[in-house]
Ligand binder design. Structure first.
Ligand code: MG
Length: 308
């Protein structure tokens, strides 16, 4: 019988090789309101994450702890990096997707579709062809807590793809509230969280699987169901396992959707990313805090893998 520390819950023996009996769940930052959008910058040895209601992006490093990276972030939520390593963010307040240039200036990449404002871009991923894929639920406009209250102009809560030449197209339009998203390591599958149960109990709390066919998606049905709360941010490791946020922590699924285990976190988890020393850490944004835990796998995203 393998003995694991109390923050690790094994549902399948394969999970034991992905964690470690001496791992700890460390709080590395706390005192925020609703943390989200973790993204690792290995080239700066630091983590960036959002505190949406306080309109800040924070920076954490092992050496320097927490500092403010950006004030008045426009209720920035999800973050990622493009192929050039630039920060790509979703702003509820501005209702746009924005890129931070090397000189620090901001370039708005998308703020409307079909002549109407986006709802409130939530989370974003970049494929290796530098296309930007993002979700557009209404969480940032249903109150003034995470944005500015407003009526949606879009008729649906879409998932969009922004091509490198600037063409914005809808790639999925049948979600109640699309939320976190991530690619499988080979980018043949895009996983998208359905978090509509936050406002409608009849919507299942599931992660859906969509086949990527160039610039299009093909629905492959439900990948996995979240048994505590709802799915939000997600990341894949290099083996194709999917790590998803949930109310009780981070749930790990194999590529077939079998739950292998959980990292139990004492606060509701919003998102996660891989990073840290040799990429063997998961950083978890959870309500008022950010947690870090060792894992014996690495993230599938290029900036986490680094030279590996
Ligand atoms: Mg989200």
């Amino acid at each position: 019988m393998i003995s694991l520390p109390p923050h690790l819950e094994m549902h399948d023996n394969r999970f034991a090789a992905m964690v470690h009996p001496m791992s700890t769940l460390d709080v590395i930052a706390e005192g925020f309101t609703w943390t989200e959008g973790p993204v690792w910058f290995g080239d700066h040895d630091c983590l960036l994450f959002s505190d949406i209601p306080s309109q800040r992006i924070l920076r954490w490093s092992e050496r320097e702890g927490v500092s403010v990276y950006r004030e008045r972030s426009g209720f920035n939520n999800g973050n990622t990096r493009d192929v050039q390593g630039r920060l790509i963010g979703c702003r509820h307040g501005e209702r746009d997707v924005v890129r931070t240039e090397i000189d620090g200036s901001l370039t708005v990449l998308a703020d409307s579709f079909d002549g109407k404002r986006l709802n409130s871009p939530n989370d974003v991923v970049v494929s290796s062809d530098n296309a930007i894929w993002f979700t557009d639920p209404t969480y940032g406009i249903i109150s003034n807590f995470e944005g500015y209250r407003s009526d949606p102009e879009q008729s649906a809560r879409n998932v969009y793809r922004l091509s490198p030449d600037g063409e914005l197209k809808v790639v999925a339009s049948d979600f109640s509230q699309p939320n976190g998203l991530c690619f499988s390591p080979d980018e043949t599958t895009l996983y998208i969280a359905e978090s509509g149960s936050s406002h409608d109990d009849s919507v299942p709390a599931v992660i859906r699987k969509l086949a990527v066919d160039g610039a299009n998606l093909r629905d492959k049905g439900v990948f996995a169901e979240i048994d505590r709360g709802l799915p939000d941010g997600m990341r894949c490791d290099t083996f194709g396992n999917l790590w998803s946020s949930a109310a009780d922590g981070v749930h790990c699924f194999d590529s077939e959707g079998t739950r292998l285990g959980k990292i139990l976190v004492p606060q509701v988890v919003s998102n996660l990313c891989f990073g840290g020393a040799d990429g063997h850490r998961i950083f978890i944004t959870a309500t008022t805090s950010v947690y870090r835990v060792f894992v014996d796998v690495r993230g599938a995203e290029a900036w986490v893998r680094g030279r590996g």
